[in-house]
Design a protein around this ligand. Sequence first.
Ligand code: UDP
Ligand code: MG
Length: 330
Amino acid sequence: MTMLQVSIVVPCFNESEVIRTFHKALITALEPTRQTFEICYVDDGSNDRTRGHLSDLARMDPRVRYTSFSRNFGKEAAMLAGLRMSRGDAVVLMDADLQHPPELVPRMLELHRHGYDQVIAQRDRAGENALRTALSLAYYRLVRRCMEVHVVDGAGDFRLLSRRAVNSVLSLPESNRFSKGIFSWIGFDTASFTYRNVQRAAGHSKWGGRNLLNYGIDGLLSFNSRPLRLAIHTGLCLFLSALVYALWIIMNVALNGVDAPGYTTLMTAVVALSGIQLATLGIIGEYVGRIYHEAKRRPHYVVRETNETRAAFPAGGPSSTTVAQARSEP
Ligand code: UDP
Ligand code: MG
């Protein structure tokens, strides 16, 4: 039996305008490599015709598989579903909007053949809005200082992972997933090359200001506890300043006598205690936050249908809830 060599994982959310063009471009890039491949599309609860297009593509081409979510769960969940679906020896993650040029995939495969477990295609920031570039650069500077893992500007999700790298990514059970951090955390030999940034072929970006902000916060929080530790540091600073303040008041009392009895003790106790309380709250918050997230143990996504379930229930089919329950991941 020949081993499936390459899986391409493509998360798609409302990409009906571009998905067929993307598919054609991808096939054109992959066929000359003479490798066996599959394309795993994940429809992230699109509300346009994306799901219809994917099921048509799967019907026409046996190399196409797809999973469709019951609602929009976000790109992280879609990538996770794609990685779980993939069976290839190497897996390439890419966007559906042609911002990740399919013609770069053969080059990634070539580098993988040279023994690299991760191959990153890193984009430059050509043609990007100046404000977004400035904000991103500031964010990455902050991340480099705060995170325990190394995250590179421009090194996004367009990358190839070897089977053992995929297995390592899948072995991380956390619910709050931040792929950029996870890819860096798993390690392995990594090669990267830069390509010129391209604008999306059609449709529009789903990353508005608020989404980007939340993504950024997710990234900072899911890979370290330093923001919470800030509360502890603030508490300690307060405590120290309370000590200095207390000393100053005590000196004042010693030199000039008491002007309001009880005031000194009261102020010192209030300020010092609030400092300690804030520090303790920070410590407890750090633990509770972690326990809360992991204790829910919710699946990362709920599946509405896949090309396999669709083939199994052609006409009418079971209700989408049955399928969703049947296919939801543990
Ligand atoms: N995407 C997704 N779920 C989402 C948002 C985006 O699966 O909730 C997919 C989207 O279809 C595309 C990729 O993630 O294939 C990148 O999204 P987008 O182009 O909107 O992001 P940008 O390139 O602007 O960062
Ligand atoms: Mg894009």
